[in-house]
Design a protein around this ligand. Structure first.
Ligand code: ATP
Ligand code: MG
Length: 474
């Protein structure tokens, strides 16, 4: 067992880490932290949820120790806004006793607000590419003193959608800086590309047989496109997830699906790239606090997001490629927790599922469609939980007298059964038809690009030479 003390970290960092509840180092932390502290360039590949953020965050604090130096010393680039916010928060927690602060810089937030926050002179910037370039052009951010750069989700950052922006950003940083790249997936061509931006990088891969996390139970359900919604609702009812992300292929799908789920009485919200940032922030906040149980999302939520309590991942639509599958299901089973992932697969998508299985070197077992009875059982279980928790609520005392009166004249079993029945929604709810999505056949996306409200932004126009790398604008 390696503790953080064994890594020779300063007292402030040790205190912060212990307050964050970390005891042992994870394999990527134990391998990467000493090397990064030595100034080595690194490509770090380790499974989802294994603490890659702290693997670069801790050395950032160690190497940028002087709180009186108010220049931007460290830069982290992330593919999504929510991830920029989350990574900045984690670095701020790690740096709290060393006077080191990180500021998230992302699109959709008022630039004036960001300029004001920049005046407080954070030493670390965590940003999304578009908004970073905006600040560089306005000269409100200068990167000429940066000595550490990390591309989080590096393979995503270097794919065709982001590469030009990344080049532009890196050109504004000193050539002798340290460059780090982290991701759970690192396809060969991207790795070679990454090396061009680095100085003799050390490749660190934690030794694991599988790319996906073993504590995530993976299954698929075969279902016709038109039956997906009803089957999905039954699945959710039978599994009663504590918190789940439901991935849809397009923005239109996400919009239709979360609205349909709400109509059926689920606590569901949606998130995708066409929503205003204030709404996105609100949706994520509700999901973090648990007010929302089902977060319906495009791949915008597939990378890096770390929300406690996610018990299930549902691929309402099968992902475009194996890497997307790995990241999506990796939103559960984090930091040693268990989790479950179920993918809905239409008969024509079986070949595509096989390709994903080959890539992740694992067979995904099929589970039968949940029956109406199983769904009902799940709903009854929830009714029991609800009744028990209401019974223990102190306000339930007001009902004790009424209960006594009822019990004098009625059978207790009948009464409890009636209460449970009234708490169980027995029907499947309103009939709902979603717009059908075209299947993905044998690894090739047959779905029209930008179908529905999907697709927006300049990146759509980029020519894609790596056929498996997704477009942006999700
Ligand atoms: N040493 C540790 N001990 C316990 N928990 C940890 C440790 N390091 C990180 N964590 C926690 O584990 C969770 C996952 O960490 P993190 O988000 O950094 O994973 P990741 O490897 O970046 O995953 P992804 O590939 O999905 O981005 C976080 O909640 C983090 O606080
Ligand atoms: Mg991460």
């Amino acid at each position: 067992m390696t503790t953080f003390n064994d890594l020779g970290l300063n007292d402030g960092v040790i205190k912060a880490i212990s307050e964050m509840g970390f005891e042992e180092t994870t394999p990527i932390q134990r391998q990467a932290i000493p090397q990064v502290m030595n100034g080595q360039d690194i490509i770090g590949q380790a499974q989802t949820g294994t603490g890659k953020t702290a693997a670069f965050g801790i050395p950032y604090i160690e190497r940028i120790q002087d709180p009186n130096n108010k220049e931007i010393k460290g830069l982290v680039v992330t593919p999504t806004r929510e991830l920029a916010i989350q990574v900045a928060e984690e670095i701020n927690r790690l740096g709290q006793y060393n006077g080191i602060t990180a500021l998230p810089i992302y699109g959709g937030q008022s630039i004036g607000h960001q300029i004001k926050a920049l005046k407080k002179r954070p030493q670390i910037i965590v940003g999304t590419p578009g908004r970073l370039i905006d600040h560089l052009n306005r000269k409100t951010i200068k990167l000429n003193n940066v000595n550490m750069v990390t591309l989080d989700e590096a393979d995503e950052m270097l794919n065709m959608g982001f590469i030009e922006d990344i080049k532009t950003i890196l050109q504004k940083t000193p050539s002798h800086k340290q460059t780090l790249m982290f991701s759970a997936t690192m396809p060969g061509p991207i790795k070679s590309l990454a090396e061009q931006f680095m100085n003799d990088p050390e490749i660190i891969r934690t030794k694991t047989k599988e790319i996906t996390v073993p504590s995530i139970e993976q299954q698929y359900v075969e279902v016709k496109e038109g039956d997906k919604f009803d089957v999905f609702c039954r699945l959710v009812d039978s599994q009663s997830p504590e918190k789940a992300i439901v991935f849809g292929r397009t923005k239109r799908r996400v919009d239709e699906l979360y609205q349909a789920l709400k109509k059926r009485g689920y606590f569901a919200e949606g998130i995708h790239g066409d929503m205003p940032q204030t709404k996105r922030d609100h949706v994520i906040k509700n999901f973090r606090t648990g007010a929302t149980e089902l977060l319906v999302a495009t791949d915008v939520a597939s990378r890096g997001l770390d929300v406690t309590g996610i018990s299930h991942i549902y691929n309402f639509d099968i992902p475009q490629d194996a890497d997307s599958y790995v990241h999506r299901i990796g939103r559960t089973g984090r930091a040693g927790q268990s989790g479950a992932a179920v993918t809905l697969v239409t008969p024509r998508e079986k070949g595509h599922l096989n390709l994903i299985e080959q890539s992740i070197k694992r067979q995904i077992p099929r589970r039968p469609k949940p029956s109406v009875d199983e769904a009902l059982e799940g709903k009854q279980k929830i009714a029991v939980e609800k009744l028990l928790s209401e019974a223990k609520d102190k306000n339930a005392r007001q009902y004790h007298k009424l209960a006594e009166e009822l019990l004098e004249e009625n059978d207790s079993i009948e009464l409890v059964a009636g209460a449970l029945k009234s708490l169980t929604v027995e029907s499947e709810g309103p009939n709902i038809k979603l717009t059908e999505e075209a299947p993905i056949v044998r690894g090739k996306s047959k779905s029209k690009k930008g179908s529905g409200k999907s697709g927006s932004g300049k990146r759509q126009g980029h020519k894609r030479s790596h056929k498996n790398y997704r477009k942006k604008g999700r």
